[in-house]
Design a protein around this ligand. Structure first.
Ligand SMILES: [Zn+2]
Length: 360
């Protein structure tokens, strides 16, 4: 990929690109694949919003999503990956229906539907529409779930204004080059009293995830906290009615085995405001995070990664520190090697089926 050309001001408070503080550099594109230009992630010193700056153009990103995004998932690996994510989606669906009890018979549009597993959970609803750019994913959703899928530009779409009751977006808002514009577009699609449901990685959840270098990627242009996401929702004419910080799927023993696991997530449900125009909402004052706390969270994660690396090398004999090896040996007996990620998810799925209120 060519150099990344676009420098953007803060989407939350508007502070100029030149004022942003560099947080971390990375070269990861998506799931470990990227060999192009290095990426720079910055933090806004005024509101704490974390984002990629500079970033790719819309054309560069669209080319990647339509051609490459789902390429690495094939055969059994794809099936397992889908199954794992499906368990998470089931839990999120349960949370959403607890907070939005009138969800039956609604018209629902999902942005970035992927393989359609999320939408097919709303089979009681009146109309389901999935928006997706990957032809591979669209075909899968149509064939397996019979969902109406369309490949269109969400921001410039010809969808009828005020024609839906619920807009959902799982792991999508962090991909937009202009998230405020995307949220405003969602607002326009909603009828009065309509809702938006979003799930996105929690920036302050990254401290518990192993491998910080895998967290920052080309495709994630923004890294939200509950404060910065709520602020943007407010500017797009929404009020948050429910939110949750989902902790990482962390097994105690995974600390000893350097297992990779999901980082923390945010899920937010917000209602379309009736008492203000969109133009007025966009002028609302911003809220956010203390930028020093943003940097502190990253440093904590980096320190933890260095400890993991040391322990891992010690276990394999690269460093050869007998004390480290002995400690790990003892610890491994106390905390045996954890089950695979898939086994964990399968167990949670079975537990979820028998316990309606299971918390992740
Ligand atoms: Zn800012």
């Amino acid at each position: 990929m060519a150099a990344l050309p676009i420098h953007a001001p803060c989407a939350n408070c508007g502070l100029a690109a030149s004022e942003q503080r560099e947080l971390i550099g990375t070269t990861v594109c998506h799931k470990g694949r990227f060999h192009g230009a290095p990426l720079t992630i910055v933090a806004c010193p005024r509101c704490g919003l974390v984002y990629q700056n500079p970033r790719p153009t819309e054309e560069q990103l669209n080319r990647f999503y339509t051609q490459d995004y789902y390429k690495e998932q094939k055969g059994e690996k794809k099936r397992l990956a889908l199954d794992e994510k499906f368990v998470l989606k089931e839990c999120q669906h349960r949370w959403l229906t607890q907070h939005l009890t009138e969800i039956r018979d609604q018209d629902i549009v999902d942005v970035g539907s992927g393989y359609g597993q999320w939408l097919q959970l709303f089979s009681d609803s009146n109309r389901l529409l999935g928006i997706e750019s990957s032809e591979r994913a669209i075909q899968y959703a149509r064939e397996w779930y019979g969902i109406e899928m369309r490949s269109l530009d969400f921001l410039g779409s010809d969808l009828e204004p005020q024609s839906f009751d619920l807009v959902t977006g799982l792991a999508i808002i962090e991909h937009f080059l202009d998230p405020l514009k995307a949220l405003v577009a969602a607002n326009r699609l909603l009828r009065p009293g309509g809702h938006i449901y979003l799930r996105t990685p929690d920036y302050f959840g990254l401290v518990l995830r192993s491998g910080i270098h895998k967290y920052f990627t080309l495709t994630h242009t923004y890294y939200f906290s509950l404060a910065t996401l709520s602020s943007l929702l407010g500017k797009a004419g929404f009020e948050v009615v429910a939110s949750e910080r989902i902790p990482p799927l962390l097994e105690t023993s995974s600390l000893l085995h350097r297992r990779n696991y999901f980082h923390g997530q945010l899920q937010v449900l917000a209602r379309k405001r009736q008492d203000t125009s969109l133009d007025a909402a966009c002028q609302r004052p911003y809220s956010g995070d203390d930028v020093e706390e943003v940097f502190a969270a990253l440093h904590q994660a980096q320190t933890r990664d260095r400890v993991y690396t040391l322990l891992s090398r010690g276990r394999k004999g690269w460093v050869g520190a007998p004390l480290v090896r002995a400690s790990l040996s003892l610890a491994s007996r106390i905390a045996p090697k954890p089950p695979s990620k898939y086994e964990v998810f399968r167990a949670k799925r079975e537990a979820a089926a028998s316990q309606p209120n299971l918390d992740l």
